[in-house]
Design a protein around this ligand. Structure first.
Ligand SMILES: [Zn+2]
Ligand SMILES: [Zn+2]
Length: 342
């Protein structure tokens, strides 16, 4: 089997690797129907998050179960499944509280940009669809593995309710799907912050009512202007930099909520200043597994079409081009098709 391996900054290779096999009795092996490149893959790709050794890449996946370990009870060969980027038993006390991405047995997935993938804790991590979904639904189902699940969690953590005024910081795939999530949760006004015409257009398709192109102090002032001078009820922070976090907190009205899902890189919080904002802050790696059943239903019922964030589709063996296009912001998100690759 060939799979995707990152060797160092801007050095992605599609090369011969050992095919995955069952290592623990709770594992499953899936044949990947589609995988993709994540915004978070760009941190090590750009060398901002150094890697120690060549690293198999990819943590967003859906596919068909090939084989299961002897202790797997509910997942069966032949099922179409979607799993989170973080594994979970879905039975421990933390999972029961709905924070499966902090499961006591959690592992972070890697190596999904390949034709076959080993998924630990299969019963707890994977959710099967009833029946085989049609080909056109696969991109949307794939997004549930991370980006859509993460955008949804950002909106949930930011307490988006029917009638809410929401601002979204970040116009990457997660930010755009945060817009879609806020719309689905009934937000009345959704302000997307973006400077890119194609992303603004998609944000509007997903439900944004206003676009703000300003950043920093000007961006905050603009959001205040649009919200009767007080700030948004809910702000989704989908970037992870100091600027985006400051932007999010200062755009929220006193007593409002920030849902933050951008993995922080060099961002910190001045508690002395934060104290006086009265803002609720909640975030972290999204417990995608909590949201999967609901989101799968929304996709299968045709209520949401998050697969629109994929504006580039490539055969898996051209994965390096997917990284390049996203790095250069030529593509919002690249979908990878293993069809035909061995
Ligand atoms: Zn991801
Ligand atoms: Zn657990």
């Amino acid at each position: 089997m060939r799979g995707t391996v990152l060797y160092g900054p801007r050095d992605v290779r599609f090369e011969e690797r050992e095919a995955p096999r069952i290592l623990k009795p709770t594992d499953a092996i899936i044949r990947v129907s589609a995988a993709c490149v994540c915004g978070s893959d760009l941190w090590p790709y750009r060398g901002i998050q150094p890697i120690e050794r060549p690293t198999p890449m990819g943590h967003e996946y859906c596919g068909i179960v090939e084989e299961v370990g002897k202790d797997v009870r509910t997942i069966k060969p032949g099922q179409f499944v979607i799993g989170s980027f973080a594994t979970s038993d879905n039975t421990c006390a933390i999972c029961k509280h709905g924070y499966q991405s902090s499961c006591l047995q959690r592992e972070f997935m890697s190596a999904a940009q390949a034709p076959f993938l080993r998924v630990p804790l299969a019963d707890g991590t994977l959710v099967p669809t009833s029946g085989m979904p049609s080909e056109d639904l696969i991109p949307s189902l794939l997004t549930l593995s991370d980006v859509m699940g993460t955008g949804w969690f950002a909106a949930d953590a930011a307490n988006v309710k029917p009638g809410s005024t929401v601002a979204v910081v970040g116009d990457g795939a997660v930010g755009l799907l945060g817009v879609l999530s806020a719309k689905q949760m009934g937000a009345e006004r959704i302000i997307a912050m973006s400077r890119h015409a194609t992303r603004q257009k998609l944000a509007r398709e997903f439900g944004a009512t206003d676009i703000v192109t300003e950043r920093g102090e000007e961006g905050i002032a603009r959001i205040k202007e649009l919200t009767k001078g007080i700030g948004a009820d809910s702000v989704l922070e989908c970037v992870g930099t100091q600027q985006s976090m400051t932007q999010a907190i200062n755009s929220t009205r006193p007593g409002g909520y920030v849902g933050f899902v951008g993995v922080p890189h060099g961002a910190s919080l001045d508690l002395g200043q934060f104290f006086y904002t009265h803002v609720h802050l909640h975030g972290g790696p999204a417990p995608v597994r909590r949201h999967l059943p609901e989101l799968i239903k929304l996709v299968l019922d045709g209520k949401i079409n998050p697969g629109k964030v994929f504006d580039l589709t490539l055969p898996l063996d051209q994965v390096a081009e997917g990284y390049r296009a996203m790095d250069e912001r030529r593509a919002i998100k690249a979908l990878l098709h293993p069809n035909g690759t061995k």
